[in-house]
Design a protein around this ligand. Sequence first.
Ligand code: C2E
Ligand code: MG
Ligand code: MG
Length: 657
Amino acid sequence: MAKTKIDKNEKKNSYYKKRRLPIRILMLTMLISAVGLIGLVVLSYNMDRLAQIYTNVVDNDYSNLDSLDSIKIEFYKHQTLLFQYMESIGDGLMIKELEESANSLRDDIFEEEEAFKKAVKGTYYENSLQTVYSELFDYFLDVERIFTFANDKDFDAAENYMHNMLFKSIDEVNDVVGLFDTLIDDDVNKTRQEMTNHLAVSRVFAIGLILLLTVLTCIGLVWSVIASREITNKDPLTQIDNMDKFQSDMDKLYKKNKLKDYVCVCSNIKDFTLVNQQLGSSVGDMALRNFANTVEHIIQKDERLARIGGDKFIAIVRKEHIDDFVAFIDRVPVTVDYHEEAKIIQIETRSGLYYIKEDDDPGTVVDDAHLALSQTKLKAVDKIVFEENMLEQAYDRRTLLMDYTNAIKQKEFVVYYQPKVNLENDTLCGCEALVRWWKDEEIVPPFKFIPILEEEGRVTELDYYVFERVCRDIRAWLDAGISPVRVSSNFSKLHLRNPEFADKVLKIVDRYKIDSEYLEIELTESSGYEDFDAFTNFVDKIRKRGIHISIDDFGTGYSSLSLLKKLDVDVIKIDKSFIDGIGIGDRMNENLVKNIILLIRDMDRQVICEGVESRNQADFLKEQNCNMVQGYLFDKPLPHDEFEERLKSPVYVRKLS
Ligand code: C2E
Ligand code: MG
Ligand code: MG
């Protein structure tokens, strides 16, 4: 329910609007351009047409119209005759005269047809002239009919026809004469002027349109470039600057020789995966956004903040302001919308700081702050200032990672076994497989490479390698008739991200046909809380096969006892740090251990203590009914052959320390 609401809000988020803005502007610009283009096509067609008419007018031979004057006079004469004839119908002489006048007028008119056509070609009158000629044609046909009636002495018919036909077309004839008048009267220059005006207007219109379009297109383009630059400079989720913008601002400060006044701070949010897992990624996104906005408000105008990605941020802060800044981001309360209710989350950060010196390259400044940040996790502190030796360490780290790939292939990793002892009879009751790296004729202990491999996500292949070695050794002991004990193998919490983790483990077990009673898998305490579901799935699958699961380093993580209770594990291993406080007069610690043991027993789990170094510690634990221990008091992790000897004679001779 809450998710839907948040999704809707996301859409309303100005980022989505802003993201669509350049596209909208571009579309608008394209629409304006398209309309303008159509306008231009229409205009250019119009201008073409005008130009054509103009050329015709200029080119036409208006002298061709000269004969119009005489035709018009003849026409009037002919019409006068026609009216006279109507008054004296039956007058033979009159008919003759009229016939001759009509014939000559018709011949003149039709003879001049081509000349007139040429004169008006391409002008407004072109079409009218055609009408005129067809009307004239009809008119002369009518006149001829009258003469035919008159020649046949049928004067009544002639008179009737004249009245019926001729008067009907008298208006048309007048139109014709009127047109002839216009043709004659119309000043060619006037037409020419008109055309020129048209052309001028069209030209101004066209230029105006082109200018308008150019301006609009430019505005649109500039606008869309600005809008898209805004977007390319912004981090899509938080709307604060992204790395590109951050780098370019750093470059500007560098060029002005001002970068030396700043500290570069690279920060990441602690346990942000937990927020995502427990509250959902939408709430996680909201938390990131609100965190970024809150921090952006406290940085000053000439300082910069950007998001690198994920839960990582970078800032350049003035040296005099850095302490306040780091103190502020150490813990930032942000409000999120969770199940339609406001919830406050405390965002805590880790920061790597680099105090920028004169002439420091902006690129390395970021790398160095980053490097300092990576050290915070290793050293479990919230803030580290970059030091030169970190570069060396980083180099060693890179070398280690390069060597590692080869070391797996070259089988440079060997498995040591550290016995677990039952305090009731001081006999071997199990062991833990611990990896060692035989590198350049020296043994490298795991603390030098496991944390790095874990951080780089590369430890998983080593865990499978070690587990396979363990299975192979157990198989060999079984085949040789030596009774093995239960061997526990360490697996990194990174495996829990892989849904095939359990299947891969079981595949190795099956390949060596190892009975589950000889196997145990150790996962550290904090493993489960990052992805509890994956953890329980794994535990279920493995336990179904009868293989034990233990929680390593109990007490070092941020345990939630209720979650631990839900986890169906077999063994809980109390961390060495608690055992160190036994037998040295630390009552509080001893009470704590006592109660932890009670609590674990209460949960129906087996308990084992690691790091037992003294007899006092062993006796204390025995008193608390914790009979399974592991530690230097009995043995350090032993190479394969030495451990094999322990298998053969599993009883320890009681040592006093
Ligand atoms: P861990 O799993 O908690 O292993 C116990 C560590 O405590 C071992 O260190 C062991 O040698 C040490 N230890 C046991 N008893 C005593 C004692 O009485 N005194 C002292 N001072 N130390 C004691 P080790 O072998 O150096 O291993 C360190 C850590 O490396 C292990 O802690 C485990 O987290 C990791 N590790 C070792 N092998 C593997 C592996 O194959 N895979 C993974 N993922 N981690 C491994
Ligand atoms: Mg362990
Ligand atoms: Mg441990």
